[in-house]
Design a protein around this ligand. Sequence first.
Ligand SMILES: [Zn+2]
Length: 348
Amino acid sequence: MEPQTKRWKGSVCDADSWVAYPVLSDKQSQDVELIEAFAAPIVDKKETSRLLRELSGLYPLNGLQHIKRVRAVREKGSPHPLEVLVCLVSDAPDLKAVSIDSLLPSGGVRRGGLGEPFVVKVPARPALTRPQFELASKHWPTSFHEDKQVTVALRGELFSPLQKARMHTYMTAALTAARAATELGMEAVGAAVVDPATERIVAVGHDCRGDHPLHHAVMVCIDLVAQSQGGGCYSFDRYPACRFTPPTPDTSQSAAGVAASSQPYICTGYDLYVTREPCVMCAMALVHSRIGRVFYGTSSADGAVGTKYKIHSQKDLNHRFEVYKGVLGKQCEALNGPGSHIKREIDN
Ligand SMILES: [Zn+2]
C-alpha cells in the first residue's frame, strides 16, 4: 500500500477554505451565570483595606474566590472612586428594609467610609474561556486563569498552515472513503485514523452498514486499527477503500521514541478524521479505544461530540479527548447534500 503520509506534501491545499474550531465542554461554552449581591460605595478611600478585612471576616463569599471584592468606578464625575461587595443578596439578614446598617448588624464591621448599598450582579463561576471572562467582567471584575491554547483555538488559529495542510490530506482520505461507501449504496461517511507522531495514516474506513448495522465508519476504522496491531474482529476485505497500514520498524519508531515492540493500546495518541460527527456508539468506542483527538467535518443532528452530547468532555468517563469541527466542512457536508445532516435520522 502506498504510504499516504507523503502525499500531502505534493497536494494542493487551500488552507483558508475552512477553519477548525474546538468543541468545548458545556462548562466552557455555557453563558455566564450571574447571582445578585449587595455592593456599596467606598466614600473614603483610606478606609478600603480595613473595610476589606472586616467585610471578608463577616461575609467571606465562600466559593466565589474568582470575584474581586473591590472595583474601581469608571464613570467620570462619580463622587466615589471605589465600590465594594458587601454580601450576596441570599446572605443578607433582612431583605425588607435593606440599608448598610441592616447588612452590618453585628458590629464586626465599622461602617465609616461606606455608602448605602445597591444590588449588582456578579459571575457565579470562574470564567474558563476568554469569551466567558469578557462577558463576566462586564458585570463585575473577576480573576481569570487563561488557557492560552483554548483562546487561540476559539479564534480558529490553533493550527499552522503546515498542520492544516496535513489535516486537509487526512480528511481528504476520509472523504474518498465516504464516496466509495456511496458507490456501494451505503451511508456516505468516511474516517481515517492517523498517528500524528509519525504522520502515518494507520487506517481508513467507511460506513459498512450493508454488512452489519453496527459497522459505522468510525467502528470500522477502529477495528482496522486493531487489525493493524494484530487484533480486530471483522473482515473488510471486500471493501478496498477500507484498509490499514501495518506498522513498519520505521513508522513504529515515532518521534516520541516509541519502541517498535511497544504498540499503543488501539488508538492511544492517534487522531481520528471523520466526515460527520460521530454518534453515541462511535463516541463511546472512541473513549474505549483511547483516541487522542477527533476532527470532524460536519455536525450531525444526533452527534455525540458537540451537537446532542459532549461525550469527549464527560468528567465521569475514564478517558477524555479533544474535538475539533469544521475540517473541510463544506466538502463533508456536500457528501449528503446541503443541509441533509439536520434532517438525517441515522447517524454515523
Ligand atoms: Zn456511529
